[in-house]
Write a protein that binds this ligand. Structure first.
Ligand code: HEC
Length: 174
């Protein structure tokens, strides 16, 4: 014989079920996570990441609607070619498929998941001094950004034509 719950118990059970459900959902929006993202926002601002990773910055007009969405001005380094500051937003054309650890590793060591080393125009030798706490805060902040769809050109091998604006290092007398 099936035992039925007394009607009076049902609202109580429902409340428990809802609070359990919320407890599972809430960690993503906890205050600790918000503080980590805020710390990341602060560090990204003072480290000047936006200069090299936001379109328009080097043209005197950063496009704030595509913040950290990838630069349209490349760095041309003799013998190396041209690199553009990539899209750092969580879009498939940006860091969408990167894990938090992969972002932290790239920022602190220059090693990317595809095995390519970042040239030190990207200031990873300086950023290697970041503590775990700060490096993970930066990664958490980048993952919290609005995705921007923008696949930056390059890297362009030496001698190939520039697909967009370029800042060129000119040899003496050049
Ligand atoms: C002076 C310019 C400059 C600054 C400042 C800068 N970057 Fe970069 N960053 C670059 C360039 C250029 C590349 C690409 C280098 C290459 O392809 O070899 C890059 C690459 C990266 C990559 C690898 C992305 C990919 O798709 O390969 C990450 C992640 C990154 N930067 C994060 C940051 C963060 C976070 C900051 C601030 C803490 C920052 N960068 C500051 C220029 C800069």
């Amino acid at each position: 014989m099936t035992k039925h719950l007394k009607p009076a118990r049902q609202p109580e059970l429902l409340a428990t079920a809802i609070s359990l459900f919320l407890a599972v959902l809430m960690p993503g929006t906890s205050r600790a996570d918000e503080a980590q993202v805020e710390r990341g926002r602060y560090l990204v601002q003072i480290a000047g990441c936006s200069d090299c990773h936001t379109p328009g910055h080097f043209l005197g007009q950063p496009d704030t609607t595509r913040f950290l969405g990838g630069s349209d001005v490349g760095f041309e380094v003799p013998g190396v070619g041209i690199v553009y500051g990539p899209n750092l937003t969580p879009d498939p054309t940006g860091l969408g498929s990167w894990s938090t650890d992969e972002i932290v590793t790239a920022i602190r060591t220059g090693a990317t998941p595809d095995g390519r080393g970042l040239i030190p125009v990207m200031p990873w030798p300086n950023l290697s001094a970041l503590s775990d706490e700060d490096a993970y805060a930066i990664a958490a902040y980048l993952k919290s950004l609005e995705p921007v769809s923008n696949d930056v050109p390059g890297p362009v091998p030496p001698g190939d034509p520039a697909p967009s604006f370029v800042m060129r290092v000119v040899p003496p007398g050049g």
